[in-house]
Ligand binder design. Structure first.
Ligand SMILES: [Zn+2]
Length: 553
């Protein structure tokens, strides 16, 4: 990496340390202003503390000495904030067997065979990413499918949405699961497939990743995130996450100076509140905070675990999985709220969303509407429930690429008459509620650009379907960028620090290879990040991307 050219500007006698400021100049700056309108600028002045002094127009006098970085006319945006991601899962998945994108059970078996041969020392083979919807067979996998390839050691493969796993017979034996084992409430077992709450039967005996594996996974995840221009993440727990081990991994990286991406952590349920009795302060120069508690109200649509008001169109004997009674859900939420935590609850089906809105309405009457109750996904919602969000101060935390990935499945699961409140971003905004965007990585790629593209087009990266799916729910580019920056910052109680390049906020920004205001949705989906900066330091550069996590602060 070349050092930026040094150039003294302005008066030499100002009482600032010599060349302590950085001026990023000659850029096409674009961000969403406080009023929601797109704002343009040509330069960014950064203080020696890594915070924004101000943005500049072409005629503005800088007024202080600064080290100048030439942006070569490239487009500069605030760093993206992913409001819902799984950082350790992203890194661990990259280190484990990848069965994502497979087109048949045979292809999964081939990858498993190759992986087993290449990793003879691995005691448990753990993989991630299958989706039976993409398979020629269109059926769920079974223990027998895996046994025919690997029978000498346990194999556990997780579905892409994290709501189901398939285990081979060696794993069932290790877990003591037999044909007479009953699934726990909120779970299901069929031929080696463990859905939602039943997964714990297997996962409780899986060996935990070692400390060095966790450190490696975090480094890997950060390298990926920075290459996609993601500078902050609201990190959601999954039901069986070793939340404390993950937190300790982030904290260790913070102390070692290797934590680049800012992380806001949400625990899995109330168990960690025994030691974390209140949200933490920001740690490591605003790089880490424990802010909230994550709950689940239901499962996912793919495995028919989403809890619906009416039966599934393609399986009329079920309405999905209700995880908690109203009283139990209220008791859990009340426990977190009483400790001062924000609450983020997964709800996919319309019944789960309605239940949760009622719970949050009750909490708002007791604690006020400023506690920023979050619903994660908010995918399938009865339109009558959407106007209930804003009065209770509820944030919809949504993932636009779920819409493009799930579209055909959602049509099959729900039929044509229940899609009016599906992935309804525009309806959320029109109702006056707050919207935050993310990707739910590694369920989807952490790359924000396909999401922005979907948000403005309701089309996938190939332009399907023509005209967009339920196009009335399209957003403007400004609304989509807002949800991915300011909206996501607000959803993490971080809008005073990040989400916009404004005086006093962190200089977290990216340079990209095209101007999103001048291109169509398909081109936007292909945008590439050239550089990523956090706290005024370059932490990723595509031209020298061999070791993106090595550079920077
Ligand atoms: Zn998630």
């Amino acid at each position: 990496m070349k050092q930026p050219a040094l150039l003294a500007l302005g008066l030499a006698l100002l009482p600032t340390p010599a060349l302590a400021n950085t001026l990023v100049t000659n850029v096409n700056g674009v961000q969403v202003a406080a009023d929601g309108q797109l704002q343009h600028f040509t330069g960014l002045l950064i203080g020696d503390d890594g915070k924004v002094v101000r943005t500049l127009g072409p005629a503005d006098d800088v007024g202080v000495k600064a080290m100048v970085v030439d942006g070569h006319g490239q487009t500069l945006l605030p760093g993206f904030i992913d409001a819902h991601g799984h950082v350790m899962d992203l890194g661990l998945a990259a280190m484990r067997l990848d069965v994502g994108g497979t087109r048949s059970i045979g292809e999964v078996q081939q990858r498993l065979r190759d992986y087993a041969a290449a990793h003879p020392e691995t005691k448990w083979i753990i993989g991630f990413g299958w989706n039976q919807e993409l398979w020629a067979e269109k059926r769920f996998p079974s223990a027998a499918d895996l046994d025919s390839v690997v029978s000498d050691r346990p194999v556990v493969l997780e579905r892409v949405d994290g709501h189901a796993i398939v285990a081979n017979s060696a794993a069932l034996r290790a877990a003591g699961v037999t044909s007479t084992t009953k699934p726990p409430a909120g779970g299901e077992i069929r031929d080696g497939l463990f859905v939602d709450a039943a997964r714990t039967l297997i996962e409780r005996v899986e060996p935990a990743p070692s400390r060095s594996e966790l450190d490696g996974a975090l480094a890997k995840a950060q390298a990926m995130l920075l290459s996609y221009g993601v500078t902050s993440v609201e990190v959601m727990s999954s039901p069986n996450d070793p939340w404390r081990a993950y937190w300790d991994t982030y904290d260790r990286a913070g102390r070692n100076g290797t934590l680049k991406v800012r992380l806001m952590s949400y625990t899995n349920g109330v168990e960690p509140l025994k030691t974390f009795t209140r949200p933490t302060a920001w740690l490591h120069r605003d790089h880490l905070r424990m802010v909230g508690v994550k709950f689940y109200a239901d499962g996912a649509l793919g495995s028919r675990g989403a809890w619906l008001k009416q039966p599934y169109s393609d399986k009329p004997d079920t309405r999905g999985l209700q995880f908690h009674s109203d009283a139990e859900m209220l008791r859990l939420a009340e426990t977190a709220a009483a400790h001062g935590f924000q609450i983020a609850t997964h709800a996919i089906g319309d019944a789960a969303n309605a239940q949760l809105i009622s719970i949050y309405e009750q909490l708002s009457r007791k604690y006020g509407t400023q506690r920023r109750w979050r619903i994660e996904h908010f995918q399938i919602v009865d339109p009558v429930d959407i106007p209930r969000l804003a009065p209770a101060g509820i944030i919809a935390s949504m993932q636009p690429t779920h819409q493009t990935s799930d579209r055909l499945m959602a049509e099959a699961r729900l039929g044509p008459n229940r899609l009016a409140g599906a992935y309804a971003w525009r309806s959320v905004l029109n109702s006056g509620a707050k919207l935050a965007f993310g990707t739910d990585f590694p369920v989807e790629s952490p790359n924000p650009f396909p999401g922005l593209s979907a948000a403005i087009s309701r089309q996938d990266v190939n332009g399907q379907p023509p005209g967009g799916w339920i196009p009335a729910e399209r957003l403007t580019l400004g609304q989509a960028l807002h949800a991915y920056t300011r909206g996501a910052a607000y959803a993490g109680f971080a809008e005073q620090k990040i989400g916009a390049l404004e005086p006093g906020k962190w200089a977290d920004f990216i340079l990209i290879d095209r101007d999103p205001t001048q291109i169509d949705a398909q081109s936007l989906a292909k945008a590439q990040v050239l550089e990523t900066w956090i706290a005024g330091k370059r932490v990723f550069s595509r031209s020298s991307a061999a070791s993106p996590t090595e550079r920077g602060q």
